[in-house]
Ligand binder design. Structure first.
Ligand SMILES: *Cc1c(COP(=O)(O)O)cnc(C)c1O
Length: 394
């Protein structure tokens, strides 16, 4: 299979050498029948784990009713999911897409239209260094990482970067020609780095002062990942536009943009998406939202997250030569390794012992388990991690 894969699939991912066939809860199986504890969850996608009974049931019913009908018509599924997202966030209206990159594309287009309504040249966009917003041209341009951009220039003009969590830098770049500031409340791909409260508060203040929109990209840190529905709810700072994807469909591709009244500038003809918000994807979204918002779910994510983080900190104490820092909120955790230790080495060792974990950024091991994970599951993962780290110091 791996040979066939090499022959027929473009060489864009450094994949782990296993072929996955199915999953149940927090477990997945490969083609050779080996079992793995899944602490990647499809990169924060499978929030309810694999083959969750409510999701399977709801999707089966929807497949029999209708898969798709285009945005030439209304569907109740799309309206209901928009209502759930709106009422639990910015109270504004929603546009549906199919991925995180597309959600950010949409937000950037809204920001430019918003700015140009005020002044012709109010089109500048500020983003953070080390951010990740996706691979399409607009979202790639907002991604403050040269390694992803260099080969594909020229990019979208008018995007500039400031150091993440650097209030002075943001203040210096802010001006009346800025139409938006886009930030991840917790930077994910570059290594699980939470924003400071002061930084987000200052971003909010500056955006208000200069009539710019504040966009929060919660594609990775949203959908219950941190123990609140969205990470910004920990900070007491509300964006004007919120972008969502990854966990929203629990594995069915769907993304969303929620806008408050001020930023809700689109009119018919401005934007569109053939698949965006189709009834199958929205049924998945409704089911996932219902589960996450059900009694005690988010509290449990917070509790297990704290337990997990404390366990990782304990591990750091035991292996100070390997682990430099443990970061993150809820079930979005990262373990920064010391220089000279390879995150890839540790993730491969974990795989061999039956634990899936991913790496991120500059030598960080990233933990994004399904949100249904329990303390007992965390103990199993810790046991494997512990054995791998012991082997590494041998
Ligand atoms: C994954 C990610 C994206 C891109 O999402 P895709 O669905 O891969 O396009 C954008 N922003 C953040 C914060 C992400 O983690």
């Amino acid at each position: 299979m791996l040979e066939l894969g090499d022959r027929y699939l473009m060489n864009t991912y450094k994949r782990f050498p296993i072929v996955l066939t199915h999953g149940k809860g927090i477990w997945v199986w490969d083609k050779d029948g080996r079992t793995y504890l899944d602490f990647v969850a499809g990169i924060a996608v499978n929030v309810l784990g694999h083959a969750h009974p409510s999701l399977v049931e709801a999707l089966k019913k929807q497949v029999e009713r209708m898969l798709h009908c285009s945005n030439l018509y209304w569907t109740e599924e799309q309206i209901r999911l928009a209502q759930m997202l709106s009422e639990n966030t910015l109270k504004g209206r929603v546009f549906f897409v199919n991925s995180g990159a597309e959600a950010n594309e949409t937000a950037l287009k809204m920001a430019r239209k918003f700015g140009r309504k005020i002044r012709e040249n109010k089109t500048r966009i500020l983003a953070a260094l080390e951010s990740f917003h996706g691979r399409t041209y607009g979202s790639l341009s907002a991604t403050g990482q040269p390694k992803y951009q260099e080969k594909f220039k020229p990019l979208l003009p008018g995007v500039e970067y400031v150091e993440f969590n650097n209030i002075e830098a943001l203040r210096n770049k802010m001006a009346s020609d800025v139409c938006a500031v886009i930030l991840e409340p917790i930077q994910g791909e570059s290594g699980i780095k939470p924003a400071t409260e002061d930084f987000l508060k200052e971003a909010r203040k500056l955006c208000d002062e200069y009539e710019a929109l504040l966009i929060f990209d919660e594609v990775q840190c949203g959908m219950g990942r941190t123990g609140k529905l969205f990470a910004y709810q920990h900070y007491g700072v509300e964006p004007d536009i919120l972008t969502v994807a990854k966990g929203l469909g629990g594995g069915v591709p769907i993304g969303a943009v929620v806008a408050n009244k001020k930023s809700d500038v689109f009119e018919p003809g401005d934007h569109g998406s053939t698949f965006g918000g189709n009834p199958l994807a929205c049924t998945a979204g409704i089911t996932v939202m219902k589960e996450i918002l059900s009694n005690g779910f988010l509290d449990r994510v917070g509790r297990v997250g704290t337990y997990f983080k404390n366990s990782l900190k304990q591990l750091k104490k035991e292996f100070p030569r390997i682990i430099r820092e443990v970061r993150g909120i809820g079930l979005m955790l990262g373990m920064q390794l010391n220089p000279g230790v390879e995150a890839k080495d540790l993730t491969m060792r974990c795989l061999e012992k039956g634990l899936l974990v991913a790496s991120a950024g500059n030598n960080v091991v990233r933990y994004l388990p399904p949100l249904i994970v329990t303390e007992k599951n965390v103990d199993m993962a810790m046991d494997i991690l512990h054995r791998c780290l012991k082997d590494m110091v041998q």
